[in-house]
Design a binder for this molecule. Sequence first.
Ligand code: GLC
Length: 444
Amino acid sequence: MLKLKTHLLILIIFLVNNLYSQNYKPVPENIKARNWFQDARFGLFVHWGVYSILGDGEWVMNNQNISIDEYEKLPAFFNPIDFDPKEWVSMVKQAGMKYITITSRHHDGFSMFDTKMSDYNIVKSTPYGKDIIKALADECRKEGIKLFFYYSLLDWNRDDYFPRGRTGKGIKGRGEGKWEEYISFMKGQLKELLTQYGDIGGIWFDGHWDQKEWDGKKFGKVKVDWHYDEIYKMIHEIQPQALIGNNHHIGVIDGEDFQMFEKDLPGNNTTGWGTPADQIGSVPLEVCETINGSWGFNLQDRKHKSEKELIHYLIKAAGYGSNLLLNVGPMPNGKIQPKHKTSLKTMGNWLKENGATIYGTRKGPIPPNDDFVSTQKGKTVFVHLLNPEIEVIHTEAVPVKIKGIYEVKTNTKLPFRNDNFGLAIDVSALAKDEIDTVIKIELR
Ligand code: GLC
């Protein structure tokens, strides 16, 4: 009897432990990949699907309440004959980006890759008939660019995405299937993504928030079991170096390797639904942002960000110790909008000159603001002066021993003080750059 009790106790302890403890320990390949990821600092996000035909973003099915049978007419018109993976990857390299994250399947449920799990995919149901993910993966491998797959947890098309979430309520023709079947469908597709395209950078999940209760003011509990434990375990087993991130807008869940911040610098939460500052984890960070105002191709989006804004965002992200994943929405013919290509090229030119102050850095000791941002590599701190009007850079005292402070371009030595009143660097004598004047602090 006593023995049985002890056994029972051990069993209970084991179960509770498994439920609540952080079990995941990244293997060395994964840690190496995390370091690579942090050093990379800049990637391209690609939102591409049959929705691009309608030129109204990737949420068009929900926003215009397009019924299932209406939306299912789209694949027959999707024929991106001008898609050229070489052109995309060369654009990425010229922009100074190190990786691409592309939508393998978005909320509309249409798969942009060759999947056996459903015929609703680019190979089976478009006149194009080819796997663009395969073509891109091959080109990326050739050119040393890593490829990540965005994967939507939420689905507006499938019956087994049931119970339904908060979105897509006005879409007619949705059926009622079994959640467990949906989970095994996703697992099947993820297995394909992890076995058909060689080593990948990682998986970027999105849509978790669709299943959160919402009272019109704030989010409540998640209604379903996403089976993250099994899904994450499967991914790490098949490709241990593949990094898992989930755009769930909450703190890191056990098994995740990086944390993303949608349309916000880490912890700023200006959107109101983003991840709050107290939930920033100790994993690598990534900020994602649109190059205009939309993720998927939007014909009438005129909110193209200026080149200065884009470069500043990259610098600021680095100042938060974060990557920037900057998005383009290719057009239905497979081309990227010329204006976006130009902006990316300008960013690349800026990085050619200033890359050493961004790549391979971590966040610096001076907290970032709109006027200046700091990054650090070893014993060098780079201060990026974004506001050319500033005469004195003044911040809290930096608890380090400073050997000297110089402007990078001209190697001009700059007067400074670092005491109880804070760090003050006199930049009044400098001819400042409109975009960024880089100053380096050499530490002892
Ligand atoms: C949001 C949107 C989605 C987009 C994503 C990118 O979650 O639902 O359309 O893919 O943000 O961060």
